[in-house]
Write a protein that binds this ligand. Structure first.
Ligand code: FES
Length: 157
């Protein structure tokens, strides 16, 4: 049973997840993965509850949640733009594409637009080096990007 009962937290779902892994020490990654699926990110309050229930320091839980890129500790936008920052894309103009995205959306990598529509992130090679520079928006891939083309793509969402 969870120690805190803040009604803004998804405690019944989180409680079920924690109960499921109660007898499986070392399941922190699975707990975080399933807890993130509740709201799409891991809030500070959720991380505190997990730390209390699992019996590990909050700093360790926070450290794990921020180490792996699959975990989010803040809400993300409906569309996640992942711009490749690996060398082939970099050489072929990814910085210009990034600058166009930043200017169009007025956000930097790691940020979300105030309307919650777009989040901008870096990623490593997407396997699209032949059409570098490349990016993904959710599960759609885009290559041969230029500043003009990326503005058109963003405006189409
Ligand atoms: S280096 Fe960017 S897609 Fe491969």
């Amino acid at each position: 049973m969870l120690a805190k009962t803040d009604c803004s937290l998804p405690t019944p779902k989180l409680s079920a997840i924690l109960d499921k892994y109660k007898k499986s020490p070392g399941s922190l990654l699975e707990i975080l993965r399933e807890a993130q699926a509740i709201n799409g990110y891991l809030s500070r309050e959720i991380l505190q509850l997990i730390a209390e229930e699992v019996g590990v320091p909050e700093s360790k839980v926070y450290g794990v949640a921020t180490f792996y890129s699959l975990f989010k500790t803040a809400p993300t936008g409906r569309y996640i733009i992942r711009i490749c920052e690996s060398a082939p894309c970099h050489i072929r103009g990814a910085q210009d594409v990034l600058a166009a995205i930043e200017k169009t959306l007025a956000i930097k990598p790691g940020e979300t637009t105030p309307d919650g529509k777009f989040t901008l992130e870096f990623t490593s090679c997407l396997g699209l080096c032949g059409v570098a520079p490349a990016m993904m928006i959710n599960d759609q891939v885009f290559g041969n990007l230029t500043g003009d083309r990326v503005r058109e793509i963003i405006n189409s969402f």
